[in-house]
Design a protein around this ligand. Structure first.
Ligand SMILES: Cc1cc2nc3c(=O)[nH]c(=O)nc-3n(C[C@H](O)[C@H](O)[C@H](O)COP(=O)(O)O)c2cc1C
Length: 328
């Protein structure tokens, strides 16, 4: 009998399949359905830091929505105006629906500030953990990478000062030194890193000479970047890892566990296949583990990470050189 349990941020999950933040988990019914379908944990739809500031009586007119790469894509104006009280009800009501399945609240933010204290209210509302989707999009040549990283650090620090909840930080992949960033956010109180967020994508419609929205859902080939960084960071940055983006099958989920992830998040696969996808992926993961002779997630985790192979270069430049020199 394969043991799918995994340890993640001090929580024991029944399995490593976490439902990512999206409209599917934007109401208690959705959160309940995810748990009933067998998810290891559920991340609620994000609340935006500006929604919290609005509740605190701060001016939000003129808030730069463009600073949030996801704002227009993920939130209708109505949801935006619902504010943080509605979010606390979402946490409370979802908690009642998910039973023993861990519930992770989510805040989408671009900086630090007063809103960070809201984390304590999320804790009191019954969330088991908090995801910080730090989604700052630098748009000025005068902002250095250090300034951006410092923004990430001050956000994590302020939220950590406000809550004892486990914190997972969900980031995009465009940072100069992910190993440093990962190690430092761990030092200042983050428990896990979610690699990576998939931002709103733009495209150009040539016929109409207009900007358009690119495909909002991932496909099953988009996981390579996340997989590589999971393997590189495992046990080297002092932080637990959760794979994300492009995970559409048990095979890909297994690859992330072998690379070192404690868990993975899925979103597009659910939009495409419905709630039954969860049970199917878990059944497939069990059979795959049996075939490969793994009795538990623990025994499988990190078996093909850079650390375990002692060959960091295989995941770095050497691999690239080998690939290129192999092409005639
Ligand atoms: C319709 C939709 C809504 C989303 N809303 C949120 C959100 O509110 N907060 C967040 O952190 N991520 C949000 N995401 C991103 C997903 O959580 C996930 O990180 C991304 O889709 C990549 O995973 P996937 O390849 O499994 O889809 C959303 C994605 C989609 C497609």
């Amino acid at each position: 009998m394969v043991d799918l349990r995994t340890h993640y941020m001090g929580l024991v999950l029944d399995n490593p399949l976490i439902i990512a933040s999206s409209g599917l988990t934007g109401n208690p019914e959705g959160a309940g359905k995810a748990a009933a379908a067998g998810a290891g944990a559920v991340v609620l739809k994000s609340l935006f830091e500006e929604q919290i500031l609005a509740e605190l009586g701060k001016e939000t007119e003129g808030v730069d929505l463009d600073a949030h790469p996801e704002a227009e894509a993920f939130m209708s104006r109505t949801a935006w105006e619902e504010g943080s009280d509605a979010y606390l009800s979402l946490v409370r009501d979802s908690k009642l629906r998910v039973g023993k399945t861990p519930l992770i609240a989510s805040i989408n933010c671009v900086g630090s500030g007063n809103w960070a204290s809201f984390a304590s209210q999320i804790e009191r509302a019954g969330a088991d953990a908090l995801e910080l989707n730090i989604a700052y999009m630098p748009d000025s040549p005068s902002i250095s990478s250090k300034t951006i990283e410092d923004r990430v650090f001050s956000t994590v620090k302020e939220v950590r000062n406000s809550t004892k909840l486990p914190i997972e930080v969900k980031l995009g992949s465009h940072y100069s030194s992910l190993p440093y960033l990962a190690a430092h956010i761990s030092k200042i109180g983050a428990n896990a890193l979610v690699l990576f967020n998939r931002f709103y994508r733009l495209d150009i419609d040539i016929d109409r000479m207009k900007l358009t929205r690119a495909q909002p859902m991932s496909d099953g080939n988009e996981y390579y970047d996340s997989l590589r960084w999971t393997a590189i960071l495992f046990q080297r940055a002092g932080i637990e890892l959760c794979g994300a983006t492009g995970i559409h099958s048990a095979t890909t989920m297994a690859k992330f566990i072998l690379a070192g992830a404690s868990a993975v998040q899925i979103c597009s696969a659910l939009y495409k296949g419905g709630w039954k996808t969860i049970g199917m992926m878990l059944d497939d993961l069990r059979s795959l583990m049996e075939t490969q002779g793994f009795s538990s997630v623990d025994s499988m985790q990190g078996r093909l990470s850079a650390q375990s192979r002692g060959r960091l270069d295989e995941y770095m430049r050497f691999q690239y050189i080998k690939a290129l020199t192999g092409i005639s």
